[in-house]
Design a protein around this ligand. Structure first.
Ligand SMILES: *[C@@H]1O[C@H](CO)[C@@H](O)[C@H](O)[C@H]1NC(C)=O
Ligand SMILES: *[C@@H]1O[C@H](CO)[C@@H](O)[C@H](O)[C@H]1NC(C)=O
Ligand SMILES: *[C@@H]1O[C@H](CO)[C@@H](O)[C@H](O)[C@H]1NC(C)=O
Ligand SMILES: *[C@@H]1O[C@H](CO)[C@@H](O)[C@H](O)[C@H]1NC(C)=O
Ligand SMILES: *[C@@H]1O[C@H](CO)[C@@H](O)[C@H](O)[C@H]1NC(C)=O
Ligand SMILES: *[C@@H]1O[C@H](CO)[C@@H](O)[C@H](O)[C@H]1NC(C)=O
Ligand SMILES: *[C@@H]1O[C@H](CO)[C@@H](O)[C@H](O)[C@H]1NC(C)=O
Ligand SMILES: *[C@@H]1O[C@H](CO)[C@@H](O)[C@H](O)[C@H]1NC(C)=O
Ligand SMILES: *[C@@H]1O[C@H](CO)[C@@H](O)[C@H](O)[C@H]1NC(C)=O
Length: 642
């Protein structure tokens, strides 16, 4: 094969002439250092040439022509050769037979290169053949691998050692093969033309485990100390076979989150992080970290690390749960409803974990506590007591949030028990107290006199005061009726009207007398005296009060009553307060005085000292007979007018 390839151009060159100068020698020939090489060689010369005194030959190294002074490797006419070939070269062939075969012993790396033959037939018939043999001197065997080693595919690896030295035959062996599975060996002696190689091939199926593992080939010449080794590292390509990511975890909203992905593949994979079909980042590496500076609740979800290195793809996912305190609940707007309505109050929030929702009315728990993001508080047939502040409270382990709905209930007027008429020194005072929303308007009717007294008809001593949903109105009749009193109070708002008949509490003195008479004892009397003194002092103080002016303006100090706090109380409190207000009215209405009313007034004044006692006294022990029912109109004929 070598010969054909090399001879062809030469034949073409000399085609058409009968003369032929040509040579045959291997184009390439290898050997191991310290061994030898035999370059097979034959040559031709034109048949017309007659060698003169025999055929001689010269082997040159590097250059074909003497004018370049190439090192002489061998010369048949003399023994003079270049220093580096002294004692190393021997012509095996017989030049007369046109056999120029050369042996070079104890060869070294420095002897690698081109060798040219020059035929010397005497006279002017000296010819250097342009063809050469390139000698490669190796210090390691040659290992032949496929360009790409892919895991789980059968692999053949061959180790070659040239065998071009007849004196020494190499032995080729594999090393470090213990870890290879199902290894098969085959040795082969290959001759190509006249150059030869000794080879040993191993066949196995590598896996990812063999990536990076070392494999060696050793060439030895028996009975010498020459050993040549080559070690290679296996580069086994394999698809991603393991992708490791963090375990699914909980993180707090706003925190910095770092997710790691480690991939086992060869070559390194393109690692990408994918969430909801969106690639967040990608890099080609053995690992990849996804950094989220401040995670938001919307970033909760499945994170997938996808590794792809061209040999395959693999992915691994994790779930990132983002915890956060409840959001401020969304609730209905504050509204005003009519008594008897049905209400559905909605509360909606978000939180992780799912918050519990609690409804509070004026600070007290109402309804059920539920662990959902949506809660409805159903109020059927709401009464005035349903009026107030409804708070939806959302709580989870990370915090709480709440929102308020103010529900205002409108209701028809309700008559309060404090409404009554009382005898005072200058006559009769009638108080009418009503609750209602909108605030009711109060009118007094004196049917016996055919008179109606209200705010607009201010001819009479009509005073009115309102406190939220409670209206208090008062009239004063100049004369005490001798008997019987017929006063009607009408309270009106858009939802209704209620009329009650006011009773005269005339018998209080009598009741007191009975109480005192019954209990008796110095202690009680002493207590009462002390109380009277206390009240007197208190009243003196009150007289020094700026309110005094107002009192005077009102003409009747008895009709002054202090302003009531503006804050909107709960209805229950309101009722209690109304009771208080009633007693206050009483105490204020009564002028501090001596005489027959004093006992009564003293007791009234107790309300300032002990509210409960006062309430008890006026609200509960009121005797039935106290009702002022009489047809006699003559007792109070004069209505004081302004
Ligand atoms: C040339 O000489 C060598 C060594 O004697 C021999 O082995 C080889 O066969 C010869 N070649 C030819 C073509 O005769
Ligand atoms: C090596 O030497 C031993 C004895 O010295 C001899 O028997 C054997 O044939 C030699 N082997 C080779 C390949 O020269
Ligand atoms: C993921 O794992 C790495 C260490 O393997 C750790 O530093 C990191 O905080 C983890 N990320 C989360 C969100 O747990
Ligand atoms: C990730 O890869 C880088 C280089 O790409 C390396 O320096 C680092 O040690 C690797 N980290 C881990 C956890 O393997
Ligand atoms: C992850 O791998 C599965 C199959 O193993 C595939 O169905 C899925 O599409 C992959 N996910 C991504 C994000 O590549
Ligand atoms: C509160 O809002 C919901 C809708 O979010 C509505 O269905 C419901 O009727 C509202 N309730 C009131 C009392 O307005
Ligand atoms: C509810 O009423 C309170 C007091 O009356 C008030 O401070 C608050 O702003 C009101 N809230 C709403 C949502 O109307
Ligand atoms: C009351 O007065 C009205 C007119 O103001 C009159 O029509 C009516 O008859 C009177 N009723 C009585 C009982 O006096
Ligand atoms: C007061 O009474 C008169 C006559 O009865 C009436 O016309 C007027 O509307 C009443 N005013 C109020 C505020 O009710």
């Amino acid at each position: 094969m070598w010969g054909f390839e090399l001879l062809l151009p030469i034949l073409l060159v000399f085609k058409g002439t009968w003369a032929q100068w040509n040579v045959w020698m291997p184009r390439d020939i290898s050997t191991m250092t310290n061994s030898c090489v035999v370059i097979p060689c034959t040559f031709m010369y034109p048949s017309g040439v007659r060698p003169y005194r025999g055929i001689h030959g010269i082997w040159y190294f590097g250059q074909p022509y003497p004018q370049f002074f190439p090192p002489v490797v061998f010369k048949s006419r003399t023994d003079i050769v270049h220093e580096s070939y002294k004692g190393r070269t021997k012509l095996l062939g017989d030049l007369q037979q046109r056999n120029c075969t050369l042996q070079i012993n104890n060869i070294g790396i420095e002897h690698s290169g081109r060798y040219y033959f020059r035929a010397d037939l005497g006279g002017t018939n000296i010819f250097t053949y342009p063809d050469f043999s390139e000698v490669k001197v190796l210090d390691q065997p040659i290992i032949e691998l496929p360009e790409e080693i892919i895991s789980n595919q059968s692999l053949e690896v061959t180790c070659y050692a040239p065998d071009n030295c007849p004196d020494m035959s190499p032995e080729v062996n594999w090393m470090n093969t213990e870890y290879l599975p199902n290894l098969q060996f085959s040795s082969e002696y290959l001759v190509e033309s006249t150059t030869a190689v000794m080879s040993t091939t191993i066949t196995f199926t590598p896996t990812h485990k063999h990536n990076g593992k070392l494999l060696g080939c050793k060439v030895q010449y028996p009975n010498t100390t020459y050993i040549y080794e080559r070690i290679i590292a296996l580069d086994v390509k394999y698809a991603p076979r393991a992708v490791e990511v963090n375990v699914s975890t909980d993180v707090m909203e706003g925190s910095m989150v770092i997710l790691h992905c480690l991939v086992d593949s060869n070559p390194p994979s393109r690692i990408s992080w994918v969430m909801l079909d969106t690639e967040l980042q990608a890099e080609t590496s053995l690992n990849s970290s996804l950094v989220i500076e401040s995670i938001e609740s919307g970033q909760e979800g499945v994170y997938t690390c996808v590794a792809d290195n061209g040999y395959g793809t693999m992915n691994r996912s994790l779930y990132l749960a983002v915890k956060y305190p409840p959001r401020e609940p969304l609730v209905n707007e504050s509204s005003t409803v009519v008594e008897g309505s049905n209400l559905h109050l909605h509360c909606r929030t978000q939180g992780n974990p799912v918050p519990t929702l609690t409804w509070l009315k004026d600070g007290n728990l109402v309804g059920n506590i539920i662990a959902e993001e949506h809660s409805v508080l159903e109020i059927e047939d709401i009464t005035y007591e349903g009026d107030g502040e409804y708070r939806c409270l959302a709580e989870n382990e990370h915090g709480r949030a709440s929102s308020v709905i103010n529900i205002t209930v409108e209701f028809a007027p309700v008559f309060l028990l404090e409404s009554k008429c009382m005898a005072v020194r200058e006559g009769i005072q009638c108080v009418c107290v009503a609750s209602g929303n909108p605030e009711p308007a109060i009118e007094f009717h004196l049917p016996d006199l055919n008179v109606t007294i209200n705010e607009t008809e201010s001819r009479f001593n009509y005073y009115t005061h309102s406190d939220g949903y409670v209206a208090t109105s008062m009239i004063k009749l100049k004369d005490k009726p001798a008997s019987g009193l017929n006063v009607l109070c009408t309270m009106t708002n858009i939802y209704g009207t209620e009329t009650v008949r006011l009773e005269l509490q005339q018998e209080r003195k009598y009741i007191l007398a009975v109480i005192i008479g019954t209990i008796g004892g110095v202690a009680v009397i002493g207590f009462i005296i002390a109380a009277v003194r206390y009240i007197s002092r208190k009243n003196q103080k009150e007289n020094a009060n700026p309110g005094q002016d107002l009192t005077l303006k009102l003409e009747s100090p008895a009709l002054f009553y202090s302003a009531v706090k503006k804050e909107k109380p709960s209805l229950r409190k309101k009722v209690l307060k109304t009771e208080l207000l009633g007693t206050k009215f009483n105490s204020i209405l009564e002028e501090p005085s001596t005489g027959e009313d004093s006992d009564y007034q003293n007791i009234v004044s107790f309300s300032d000292v002990d509210i409960n006692y006062a309430s008890l006294e006026f609200s509960c022990i009121r005797p039935k007979e106290a009702s002022a029912k009489t047809d006699d109109t003559s007792d109070y004929t004069e209505i004081k007018s302004k």
